[in-house]
Design a protein around this ligand. Structure first.
Ligand code: URA
Ligand code: SF4
Length: 230
């Protein structure tokens, strides 16, 4: 039984029926624009698919688009993206060699009682699970060597629900096969599974009273990812 009007077939929300059977990133981006795999498409402006180098060696995964990303249709173009780019530069990661995406591809928000400001709301586990086929496809098609999980939502999407950012950040973690490719095949260019490195979400750093220490942590975790490329 579901309590949210999504049917009682026990299956629930799922982006999988909206994925193209074949085609590359461009075909997937086009198809994702029409995804109705969960209710989040209803209130957002549009799908924010991943962007960047289609053969990137590093993929960075955030939580979901924010207000600016929803308006512009591109990931990490707002304040969190600005901080992320600064940290990447300091860590020696060339932005042009990266692909950036989110665990959930529509902006979830509430509107302040008075005024029109849209306030970010965390996606539910069901929404994260529904949206995962898009992330899985991006991992298979881009086939990065290292995936950086920005915050807990991305960490759980990539590494499973037992992931904890405080405990697991800053070290190379082999990506579980099942999360890399739903069909059981390896998505990695070299036939390996690749690694994940988890770190703080840049938006969480922007909210912190003292940004200096968490920002330094972000940069040092990104250096772990950069070094993994050899
Ligand atoms: N935060 C995210 O997790 N992703 C974005 O694209 C922007 C902000
Ligand atoms: Fe589809 Fe993901 Fe958007 Fe839900 S959040 S409608 S699963 S693209």
């Amino acid at each position: 039984m579901t309590s949210d009007g999504n049917g009682s077939d026990g299956h629930g929300y799922d982006a999988a029926p909206y994925l193209p059977r074949r085609g590359g990133l461009a075909a997937h981006r086009r198809a994702a624009a029409d995804c109705r795999g969960c209710p989040l498409f209803q209130d957002a402006s549009g799908t924010v698919f991943g962007a960047g180098n289609p053969s990137a060696r590093i993929m960075l995964v955030g939580e979901q688009p924010g207000d600016q990303e929803d308006r512009q249709g591109e990931p990490f173009v707002g304040p969190a993206g600005g901080l992320l780019r600064k940290a990447m530069r300091e860590a020696g990661i060339d932005e042009d060699q990266t692909y950036v995406t989110n665990a959930v591809k529509h902006f979830k928000f509430t509107t302040a009682p008075r005024g029109k400001r849209r306030i970010h709301k965390a996606p539910s586990l069901r929404e994260m699970t529904a949206c995962r086929p898009w992330l899985t496809a991006e991992l298979r098609l881009v086939a990065p060597e290292v995936v950086v999980a920005l915050g807990a939502t991305a960490g759980k999407a990539l590494l499973g629900s037992s992931f904890r950012v405080t405990k697991d950040r800053g070290t190379l973690i082999p990506l579980p096969e099942a999360r890399v490719a739903g069909d059981g095949a390896s998505g990695m260019a070299d036939g390996g599974r690749g690694f994940a490195v988890a770190t703080l979400h840049p938006a969480a750093i922007l909210r912190a009273e003292d940004r200096e220490e968490p920002y330094a942590g972000l940069v040092s975790d990104l250096r772990v990812a950069a070094r993994a490329l050899g």
